[in-house]
Design a protein. Structure first.
Length: 142
């Protein structure tokens, strides 16, 4: 069954959430296995290219994305963020700053929608504000 981009973003966010749990618990993990498990696949080629791209860019640019997000937190630290919130922000910043496979406003809108589904009431406004500052305007050539 063909996945739509919204479903792919959710799967990538969930895989990134797993990564944050492994990192917090100082456990070793195989990033590819995390993604395969999230998609229920055994071969990375079975995972949609969009998802592979956004996930791998998030991990390759982990420190830069973390710093970008942290620089826009007011009276808060990255470590104190909820892991689901971190995963949503990471997915969106990876997609909007690095992959650029969708227009900026779509990337932010999709992250806000995820926030409404997975975070506390009102947290979507926080996510929107952080992403608005973290994802620069870019020309989308879709």
């Amino acid at each position: 069954m063909e996945m739509n981009r919204t479903d792919e973003r959710i799967k990538v966010m969930q895989a990134l959430y797993q990564v944050f749990l492994f990192l917090e618990n100082k456990e070793d993990f195989d990033a590819t296995e995390v993604l395969l498990s999230q998609f229920g696949k055994t071969d990375v080629k079975e995972i949609p290219a969009f998802s592979r791209c956004v996930y791998s860019l998030a991990l390759e640019n982990y420190d830069a994305i973390r710093e970008e997000i942290a620089s826009h937190l007011v009276n808060w630290t990255f470590e104190r963020l909820d892991d689901v919130c971190k995963a949503i922000l990471f997915e969106a910043v990876s997609e909007g700053r690095y992959a650029k496979l969708a227009p900026r406003k779509v990337v932010i809108s999709e992250a806000v929608k995820m926030s409404k589904n997975y975070l506390e009431d009102g947290d979507h406004r926080f996510v929107n504000a952080v992403l608005d500052k973290s994802i620069p305007a870019y020309d989308f050539q879709g």
